[in-house]
Design a protein around this ligand. Structure first.
Ligand code: PLP
Length: 393
């Protein structure tokens, strides 16, 4: 008899976004006359920048001709894409060796794989509320999870306390779901803690492009000492509309050493075994997205999402609902008005206002009583949702 991974029994029945999708689909089946507005899943709605589309077309043409055809890509990424990623850091004064940058199909894939570098015995601190994959991937690997609760009192930006016993810590700034973003001075306390304790930080920079506040770092490597303790995950999903196109990268600095081993060389060993590289087409698309022109064109889309945030927060302001986010991130995190059970609030909001959001409880126990709206919808749907919300609240 084959033995299955026993740790799957520690997971909740279904992934959060799968559950919200199922509930919305069941509601629609029962009420075909009602139009649901989706402010739930953080999926973009605006198309790729024109320079990205042109790069994709060009790459397809290359693949169509014998003289310019490309077969397997290097497992760690093509040089042009690594250079584009390194240039993205150089703009912020961060020097990276292209060998420290590993091109990926996005953060989701690497979140699933990065745990392969670490022993099961490591305790995993997760700054919560959190993107559920941090917890679930580690539960699957049999690791103990230590929630590090974000609360209204700490502004959803908890710091390491003397009691914290963890060897790996997941941080996301700007945060999904709360939209809270660590200013450099607070993030530095995490870097210093990790270096003092020999811990490793996994820093998720998926929402870096949304930062507007000057003292919020775009990369953890802007902080002194971070290369000795942090792995950074980056994605073009939200910044350049690549959720359905896919491209990202993971940075593992060479000076990140634990138990005498360079994590960068372990990750090279892992990737060269477990992957066969990222599509040439997508790496050309990624290169274009990170060019000056690509970044400029994508910024226009980000402005639309920011305006959506303003539309939604103006309703919350007028109704006196407490919220975080909407400023450095495309999410608004608000206190459930009335009923503090966030799944019950999810059902009420869907049934009465026809709006689908995401219940805070799905992001960790400290998310209970809170609710997340995504600002990635179309301006038309967002305006309609704001009007419905105004009557509902
Ligand atoms: N990390 C965070 C915080 C996210 O919110 C998401 C997607 O919503 C991801 C990672 C996954 O990103 P990707 O599309 O690059 O797999």
């Amino acid at each position: 008899m084959t033995h299955i991974n026993p740790y799957y029994s520690r997971l909740t029945e279904s992934f959060l976004f799968y559950e919200t999708k199922q509930r919305a689909a069941a509601f629609e089946a029962a009420h075909p006359e009602r139009r649901l507005l989706r402010l739930g899943i953080g999926d973009v709605t605006l198309p790729l920048a024109p320079v990205v589309v042109e790069a994709l077309h060009r790459a397809v043409e290359e693949q169509a001709r014998k003289e310019s055809f490309h077969g397997y890509m290097p497992e760690l990424g093509k040089d042009f894409m690594k250079r584009a990623a390194a240039a993205n850091y150089a703009r912020r004064g961060v020097e990276l060796d292209p060998e420290e940058i590993f091109i990926s199909y996005g953060i989701g894939d690497d979140l699933g794989a990065i745990g392969g570098l670490f022993a099961r015995e490591n305790r995993v601190g997760v700054v919560e509320p959190a993107y559920p994959a941090y917890v679930d991937t580690n539960l699957m690997a049999g690791r103990e999870i230590i929630p590090i609760p974000g609360t209204e009192e700490n502004g959803f930006l908890p710091l390491p306390g003397p009691e914290l016993r963890a060897e790996l810590v997941y941080l996301c700034s700007p945060n999904n779901p709360t939209g809270a973003a660590y200013p450099a001075s607070r993030l530095q306390l995490w870097v210093d803690w990790a270096n003092a304790h020999g811990a490793v930080l996994i820093f998720d920079a998926a929402y870096e492009a949304f930062i507007t506040q000057a003292d919020v770092p775009h990369s953890i490597y802007e902080l002194p000492g971070a290369k000795r303790c942090a792995i950074e995950l980056f994605s073009l999903s939200k910044s350049a509309g690549f959720t359905g196109t896919r491209l990202g990268y993971t940075v593992v600095p060479k000076v990140l050493v634990r138990e005498g081993k360079s994590l960068q060389s372990l990750w090279v060993r892992n990737r060269t075994t477990c992957t066969n590289g990222v599509s040439y087409l997508l790496q050309r698309a990624g290169e274009a997205a990170l060019s000056e022109e690509g970044l400029r064109q994508s910024r226009a889309n980000l402005e639309v999402y920011r305006e959506n945030a303003r539309v939604l927060t103006s309703v919350l302001n007028s109704r006196g609902v407490r919220y975080f986010g909407g400023e450095n991130a495309p999410y608004i995190w608000f206190r459930c008005p009335g009923d503090p059970d966030s799944w019950r609030f999810f059902d009420q909001l869907m049934e009465k206002a026809g709006i689908v959001g995401t219940p805070g409880a799905g992001f960790g126990a400290c998310g209970e009583g809170w609710f997340r709206f995504s600002c990635f919808g179309s301006p038309e749907d967002t305006a309609e949702a704001a009007a419905r919300l105004m009557s509902f609240l």
